[in-house]
Design a protein around this ligand. Sequence first.
Ligand code: ARG
Length: 459
Amino acid sequence: SQEKPWAGRFTQPTDKFVEEFTASIGFDKRMYHYDIQGSIAHARMLAKQGIISKDEAQTIMAGLESILTDIEKGAFEFKVSLEDIHMNIEARLIERIGPVGGKLHTARSRNDQVALDVRLYLRDEVKAVLAYLDALQESLLAQAEANLAVIMPGFTHLQTAQPILFSHHMLAYYEMFKRDAGRMQDVAKRLNFMPLGAGALAGTTFPIDREFVAEQLGFAGVTRNSLDSVSDRDFALEFCGAASILMMHLSRLSEELILWSTADFRFIDLSDAFCTGSSIMPQKKNPDVPELVRGKTGRVYGNLISLLTLMKALPLAYNKDMQEDKEPLFDTIDTVKGSLKIFAEMIAQMKVRAEEMRLAAARGFSTATDVADYVVRKGIPFRNAHEIVGKTVRYCIETGKDIPELTLDEFREFSEVIEADIYDFVTLEASVNARCATGGTARVAVERELARARAERQG
Ligand code: ARG
């Protein structure tokens, strides 16, 4: 029958538009698998506790399995009149196995049921996000390894600052995504507690075994307060928070890829597979993928703010407002997974233009700091050294020369302490390789970090 499970106290049918307006089936049907999985664990517990008979539980579980098969075959009709995934499945169960199906909801409410479903669902999605993150980290590592000694300009204020290794730049993102993975693992840890048994809000009068349900579903334990169990959406917020930071990192990488593939930078070539053309300008190859990921970062931030605002000031325990938690959460999951998936591939296929990077690194007096450090090592205070090299650079600008092109006499105009060995310090390689303390851009330092990253991935 199409009759609503809660119709008992009502005398009039629900307004058609209200039905549509209040329904969540359009989006919460994606949790069908978890709803059924949770119901099976619940039915098994009810039988174990003697709340329903073993036969009844068998019938219910077989009915649920057959519904799962139907949904997977596309042979299940989701009804808006049945509001959400929980009632759609329960109504279908009763239709299929008869009144005994009505025993499934004993000692349960949709409030603890939905809290369980979202946790189960998100727990798997976090695993999927972690797998995509891993693939992206692998692509970054592989690019770093393949281009270990390629020198590029490092920037501050987007002005040429000091030469760095391209591999060092890739490993910077590796570190960011490693922290993102850590945040996702934290989310998984804290969400892994089983809320069923909270009932509508106060618990249940039936002699249930919550630990047994938790164990069946692979939870680390049960939640400790029934009101909190049905009111808490922290886990979704934490996920959206971690996802926002992750997208911020992807967006920064996007920005750099977009910049690097311009005709002005020419540092990289993105594969044609990740770009599109212009309908009017025949020469164009646009970096749509990084642009879109940069853009989609905004919607993920928006989802976080939606969810925070949704939860703000809600009185305990369940409120219908909370049905609005799903779309921002689902959209965040889809966006993050899609962005990571496409980035892992795009980074793997990215072509590095080592010559262009090197030429750019040589421009902009990128080894000026090395001259200053040299002067400091000769006993001059750093502030004076800064002044000396500042004047040297001004001389270079006025005469159109680069630092390594200056004669020794020209150098010595600015400081007597400069000797012929200055030329050993102003090459790009010398500049890079001098920064060899842990975390620096020197080739040996980068090699160490690459080895460490490889080891931590194998371990
Ligand atoms: N569809 C609802 C949601 O997503 C399920 C819980 C409904 N509970 C209730 N008391 N109306 O929040």
